[in-house]
Write a protein that binds this ligand. Sequence first.
Ligand SMILES: [Zn+2]
Length: 53
Amino acid sequence: MAKFPEAEARWFRNVFVCRNCKAKVRAPILKVLAGKISCRKCGSKVLRTKRKK
Ligand SMILES: [Zn+2]
């Protein structure tokens, strides 16, 4: 995966996963937090960040 923590953080912060249908949505975190992003597939606004456990 990414070599630098910084690059990795950038990658993971901009990718969200729909909790409803698990579709990946790439969007700036600010827009997601503002509730302006909804899932393309099912229209759900419940997104979580893509993160390693
Ligand atoms: Zn969805």
